[in-house]
Design a protein around this ligand. Sequence first.
Ligand code: FAD
Length: 398
Amino acid sequence: MTTLIASDEQRVNELCDQLLAEHDPKTTPAAEFLGAQFDLGLAWVHFPEGNGGLGLTPKLMNTINARVVGAGGPISYARNPIGYGMCAPTIVTHGSEAQKQRYLRPLFTGEEVWCQLFSEPGAGSDVASLAMRAVRDGDEWTLNGQKVWTTLAHVSAFGIVLARTNPDSVKHKGMTMFVVDMHAPGVEVRPLVQATGEAEFNEVYMTDVRIPDDERLGDVGEGWGVSLTTLMNERVSIGGQVAPRGGGIIALALRAWEKSARHGDAVARDQLARFWIEAEVARLTNMRASHTRAKGTPGPEGSVGKMAMAGLNQRLMAFVMELMGPDAMLYPSGYPMDRPTTAMDLSNPQKAFIRVQANSIEGGTTNIMKNILGERVLGLPGEPRADKDVPWSEVPRS
Ligand SMILES: Cc1cc2nc3c(=O)[nH]c(=O)nc-3n(C[C@H](O)[C@H](O)[C@H](O)COP(=O)(O)OP(=O)(O)OC[C@H]3O[C@@H](n4cnc5c(N)ncnc54)[C@H](O)[C@@H]3O)c2cc1C
């Protein structure tokens, strides 16, 4: 475990002072500010020096984010959530030095948005059953197949894509991860409209897409191990955010409470207080997890945060709808099919109520989180996995 020493915190605070003094966050364009933050090692403080980090404990990201947000600066996660939270840790762990130098900085600044191409129509919870094929051809690979639910693919410059390179291996062994140029010939992105009315995610079809072998992430056949880095970080990215006390989604409830006519209603007040406590417990649990986390990939504690956040968000937003009464039925912005440039817009409560329903699906369903916690934390017997030792090509599928 990486321990936090006072001088590390002091060093980070001094670098934040320098960043904010040299780049006024109120007047500096966001990409320029974030570029300077990257160069000072304050992008992912736990990444190595030269890759946007300082090799320190990730706990210090709380300090950096509080300083930057407090000064009115931009947050990389908001501009490029999949890139910042999932693709970058995968690149820094499994990428070549050339990939790290090429990709991490513009990813952090948001000049190049990234997406994650894992799920397929027949492979979601069981992503290791996926069918997209990658066939080697000299120094290149050719990809064919379909991905689905690909968040922000329509604005992405690059994606990380998991494909099957050996159909005759068992399913967890025959996959390989690549970086794909989302504007390469043969990549087709089609919108998928969500219940919110907008299309934040997509279907992505790949037809004879060529990827140089240099853009492989990790060894051939080791894509499952690489994807675990992405998935473990995804859970923390979705469920492990540490907002200021009273911030995050509970702030929506507090705003609705202030406007509501139910101030004198003791039952509603009691419910609100319970939600506030629950949100605070989740926030402190996430904070504790980030304090104890070593520099590398997060462990199963990410599943705790992800599962707790999904349930809390859904119950809390249902409560907000009750507080709003008939107004909750009105969708303030109309119901246009638009193409957002960032994920999970919670800007108005009606839309937020609908959007949080996806929280128990995206990044691994709540059922899957329970399986992980049962098996990996509580040590309960594993569920039967009948196809574990069978070559992928021989597993029956529809
Ligand atoms: C808003 C949103 C954004 C997303 N963004 C992306 C993205 O950017 N990239 C990407 O690759 N994917 C993305 N996904 C896909 C997401 O990862 C999958 O939807 C999720 O893993 C579930 O897979 P599935 O939809 O195929 O459901 P299935 O796996 O078919 O599951 C159906 C139901 O069966 C249950 N179930 C399945 N297996 C088990 C089991 N072993 N034990 C108990 N219950 C089980 C599930 O909990 C669920 O209730 C996104 C999804 C959403 C909703």
